[in-house]
Design a protein around this ligand. Structure first.
Ligand SMILES: Cc1c2[nH]c(c1CCC(=O)O)Cc1[nH]c(c(CCC(=O)O)c1C)Cc1[nH]c(c(CCC(=O)O)c1C)Cc1[nH]c(c(C)c1CCC(=O)O)C2
Length: 352
């Protein structure tokens, strides 16, 4: 990582250092809301795009070229590491991701493979190298990522998206040893994949635990938190900062803070001020505008973006983001305007 990336707004905020303005990036910033993305994606499949390093690099850079953002996130998906483990992943148009051979038994878990990321996902390293060659010149960091073990286990067990996670919870409650063995394998594969992304050039890592909010605090503490803590510790060994992001977890924030990530990402279901008080001011926070607001009239969007910045209270260590990914119907102009507004408003001195 070069000096200008090290001294980027984003990495300074992560280290709780003062910045000239609040850094901003958006989850799913490369995606279907951008006409440039739709043009490239229409020529191939989701997996085809992910596995083509030049295409993946170009898609990653599209929002960086279009908007004034403070970080890029690699174009990929949280589910790709499951393929190397022997699970058949497909992205079905209009339906989302599907696993053709979901896990149903202890024998299935024992049969899961744990190949090194360098073997299973060499295309990721190539894409990262192409992206960082461009980002280095702009002084911008690239964020690598994985899905958290629980969120990935839920896809592996349910076979796709789910409303109530019944099969996943049944595995936890009925076969706790099988659950532990599945989570162990995921921690192993994901930890190795995170280190591989840093070795390839990523300057920060994010762990997406998008579905953790379905769990009771007791079950989160017993069945999920220990694996997250292990994964975060392994990721931090790489020397780059780690963001832990989840949704629907306003009641779990103390447990989440104890996991030891450098940054905690929060969704819009809790005020940023209340969330930060629980997480602790010795830790950076990322969030948390409701994504649907990017489709609202500018006056409403501006009012609510301002409210998020005011809730951050001028403290060091706020990274502006949405509470979840950008939605496909979002007008790109609002993304441009919001990024500029965050910089201009925070530079006025509300935030230091
Ligand atoms: C649960 C989950 C998935 N993927 C992801 C999560 C966790 C975070 C979240 O909740 O948003 C995370 C994800 N997905 C994608 C990224 C890349 C980085 C980023 O842009 O933030 C990341 C970090 C690209 C993607 N992943 C997907 C797309 C859309 C692909 C397309 O049709 O072009 C993109 C850009 C597909 C995907 N992938 C997944 C679903 C449910 C879908 C279908 C939903 C949809 O179609 O929007 C699984």
């Amino acid at each position: 990582m070069n000096e200008s990336v090290r001294n980027s707004r984003f990495l300074k905020a992560v280290r709780l250092e003062p910045t000239d303005a609040t850094p901003v990036w958006f989850m799913r910033q490369a995606g279907r809301y951008m006409p440039e993305y739709r043009a490239l994606r229409s020529k191939t499949t989701m997996l085809g795009a992910i596995q083509d390093p030049e295409l993946a690099a170009e898609i990653t850079l599209q929002p960086i070229k279009a908007f004034d953002l403070d970080a890029a996130i690699l174009f990929n998906d949280i589910l790709t590491p499951l393929m190397g483990m022997g699970l058949e992943l497909d992205f079905v148009e209009g339906r989302g991701p599907v696993i053709g051979n979901p896990i149903t038994s202890l024998a299935d878990i024992e049969g899961l493979m744990t190949p090194p990321a360098a073997e299973a996902m060499p295309y990721t390293a190539q894409a990262i190298r192409l992206v960082t060659a461009e980002l280095d010149g702009r002084g911008l960091p690239l964020i690598g990522f994985v899905g958290a073990p629980f969120t990935l286990a839920s896809y592996a067990v349910e076979g796709g998206g789910s409303r109530n996670y019944e099969k996943t919870k049944r595995l936890m409650y009925h076969q706790p040893e099988a659950w532990a063995s599945l989570m162990d394998k995921l921690v192993h594969v994901l930890g190795d994949y995170l280190l591989f992304q840093v070795q390839s050039g990523c300057a920060a890592l994010q762990i997406f635990d998008s579905w953790a909010g379905t769990l009771s605090p007791r079950d989160y503490a017993r069945f999920v938190a220990p694996y997250n803590a292990r994964l975060i510790a392994a990721a931090r060994e790489s020397g780059v900062p780690v963001i832990y992001f989840s949704t629907g977890t306003g009641t779990l924030l103390r447990a989440i803070s104890a996991l030891g990530s450098d940054v905690v990402g929060v969704d819009w279901r809790i005020g940023l001020d209340e969330a930060w008080a629980q997480i602790g001011y010795d830790r950076a926070i990322q969030g948390n505008l409701e994504p649907l607001l990017l489709q609202a009239p500018w006056e409403e969007l501006e009012r609510q973006a301002k409210a998020v910045l005011e809730e951050a209270g001028g403290r060091r260590g706020h990274i502006f983001n949405l509470g979840h990914g950008i939605l496909p119907q979002t007008p790109p102009d609002n993304v441009a305007r919001l990024a500029d507004f965050v910089h201009e408003f925070s530079a006025k001195g509300v935030v230091r």
